[in-house]
Write a protein that binds this ligand. Structure first.
Ligand SMILES: [Zn+2]
Length: 140
């Protein structure tokens, strides 16, 4: 009995195919050679992926990696991109991602800008007030 492999398209004896109880004739539609190649390629990709992951982990733990992460985060926060604003809404309101409308994003962005300005002004008043009390203390 002969069969055509689904992968390479070559007609081969049924013994050349991978056995499987789940398949109709007791054999898969893929020959052993192709299956072998597939498994090997998968193994390689898994290996490289694991290696990359380990490298990234090591990098993220290093001081340089941490600095970069902080910089990246600051950039994201400063730019107030749609995704960032959406994330903020999602975190604080409990709404689902698909329920957040562009209008909400716009409003929230303005609110964030407002809060930032407020913070800046308050910080300015606080630090200025401290300086004044210090000056008073020195004078008295
Ligand atoms: Zn094949």
């Amino acid at each position: 009995m002969k069969r055509v492999c689904k992968k390479c398209g070559v007609e081969k004896e049924i013994e050349e195919f991978v056995k499987s109880k789940q398949c109709k004739h007791g054999y898969t539609r893929c020959c052993k050679k192709c299956k072998c190649k597939y498994v090997r390629s998968r193994k390689i990709t898994y290996k490289t992926r694991a290696r990359n992951r380990a490298r990234n982990k090591r990098y993220n733990k290093s001081t340089k990696g941490k600095e970069c992460a902080i910089k990246r985060q600051r950039k994201i926060v400063a730019l107030l991109s749609d995704t960032y604003v959406k994330k903020v809404i999602w975190r604080h309101s409990g709404l689902k991602h698909k329920d957040i409308t562009p209008q909400m994003v716009e409003l929230k962005r303005e609110l964030i800008i407002f809060h930032r300005l407020k913070k800046e002004v308050l910080n300015g008043i606080n630090s200025g007030g401290n300086q004044r009390t210090q000056a008073h203390g020195q004078a008295a």
